[in-house]
Design a protein around this ligand. Structure first.
Ligand code: CU
Length: 127
């Protein structure tokens, strides 16, 4: 048994045929995130969550942010000037952030209730 294990460990990895790694298709749970189709991405604020979570958008897409909660919420993106209040029942539109907003990984949050779960990873893709 010991020699069998040793033989496995000593087998050179380069002797095997390379296995192609196929990225998962659809869903976007793993691998490269993809922005939802369309010219805008809908984001919903609630008491106290942000959806979708995580958020993926292209810098060419508008963000429409709706507050479905009962109190004032806010949509901010860390490291950017984006900081907008959204009163309950209202929807705001952030037009495609464009040049002020580089593709990358950010954190979106409600500045009033971040510690209560109103925070989501935000991936901005080149648009
Ligand atoms: Cu909030």
């Amino acid at each position: 048994m010991v020699s069998f294990v040793a033989a496995l460990l000593l087998t050179p990895a380069c002797s095997s045929t390379p296995t192609p790694t196929t990225p998962p298709t659809g869903g976007g749970q793993q691998g490269t995130p993809t922005a939802p189709p369309g010219t805008s991405v809908a984001i919903t604020l609630a008491d106290f969550s942000i959806s979708p979570n995580p958020i993926v958008a292209s810098t060419a897409q508008d963000l429409t942010i709706t507050n479905n909660g009962s109190v004032l919420h806010n949509f901010s993106i860390e490291g950017t000037p984006i900081d907008r209040d959204v009163p309950p029942g209202q929807t705001i539109t952030l037009t495609a952030p464009g040049p002020s907003f580089s593709p990358g990984s950010y954190t979106a949050f409600c500045k009033y209730r971040r510690s209560q779960g109103m925070e989501a990873p935000f991936t901005a893709l080149a648009g």
